[in-house]
Design a protein around this ligand. Structure first.
Ligand SMILES: NC(=O)c1ccc[n+]([C@@H]2O[C@H](COP(=O)([O-])OP(=O)(O)OC[C@H]3O[C@@H](n4cnc5c(N)ncnc54)[C@H](OP(=O)(O)O)[C@@H]3O)[C@@H](O)[C@H]2O)c1
Length: 239
């Protein structure tokens, strides 16, 4: 059996990942989000607010039977406010770091602790962003939390290579620009707070936003074809 844990499973890239995985009855998926999703064959949903660090730390990765592959995809992400420093709501600053960086870090820690002794193929995929590599005005918390996610993954990979825990593959993969609610939220900002808003409006108008299912299939292709993986931190557009 292949076991997948996917955060942000209620919509966008996460929902597309779940839908694609449902095509194979050997896949058992646990989805996580605040919005409920009905359980169905091969799928169970956990309601969890990833901004609630105590609840995230309490999440238990269950014992698994006949595991051939175990995958954690830290996909959930948030860009709660698009505004320059000086006008950010401090609770939203903390919230973005909790969702985008603290929760994935805690889930990776617990995932490794739970499954180190398993013989299965084990993979952690963090859904990062080009914004973690380049500064974008109005996106300070998002850029910094995604940059942190890239570095956290690099350290995890280093520890895995040094055999600090049995073989886990650690990846931080940016999805490119994808037609999801997150892009709608970006387009709902304004030029006074975000100098690139016209570019993002154009991505939508000119059809440059990738389809979530096509992006999900690229992630799953890499998970199923590890020999094609170019490194630890990269973009699906590099493939
Ligand atoms: N779309 C793009 O162009 C783009 C580009 C670069 C990177 N990314 C990254 O891709 C990933 C997926 O984004 P998307 O575009 O699919 O966004 P989306 O459509 O807005 O979906 C975000 C998902 O994250 C979940 N989520 C948000 N806050 C949460 C919380 N506090 N607790 C639990 N779950 C939470 C949402 O579920 P609930 O609201 O139900 O909780 C939802 O399922 C994110 O990490 C994002 O940073 C996206």
């Amino acid at each position: 059996m292949n076991y997948y844990f996917i955060t942000g499973a209620s919509r966008g890239i996460g929902k597309a990942l779940v839908n694609c995985l449902q095509e194979d009855s050997n896949n058992h998926v646990t989805g996580i989000s605040r919005t409920p999703v009905p359980d169905h064959a091969g799928y169970r949903h956990i309601i969890l607010d990833l901004a609630d660090t105590t609840a995230v730390a309490d999440f238990k990765f269950a014992a698994l039977e006949d595991a051939r592959k175990i995958v954690l995809i830290n996909n959930a992400g948030a860009i709660s406010e698009i505004k320059p420093l000086g006008r950010l709501d401090n609770s939203q600053v903390a919230r973005d770091f909790h969702i985008n960086l603290v929760a994935p870090a805690i889930l990776m820690n617990n995932f490794i602790a739970a499954y180190s002794s398993y013989e299965a193929e084990k993979i952690t995929v963090n859904v990062s962003s080009g914004a973690g590599k380049n500064p974008v005005d109005g996106w300070s918390t998002y850029c910094a939390s995604k940059a942190g996610l890239d570095m956290f993954t690099r350290v995890a990979d280093k520890e895995a290579v040094l055999n600090r825990y049995s073989e886990f593959k650690m990846l931080s993969i940016a999805p490119g620009v994808v037609d999801t609610q997150m892009q709608e939220e970006i387009r709902a900002s304004n030029e006074a707070d975000f100098s690139h808003i016209a570019d993002f409006e154009n991505y939508k108008k000119s059809g440059k936003l990738a389809n979530a299912e096509a992006v999900a299939r690229k992630y799953l292709y890499l998970i199923d074809n590890p020999e094609k993986i170019p490194g630890v931190v990269f973009s699906v557009n590099d493939i």
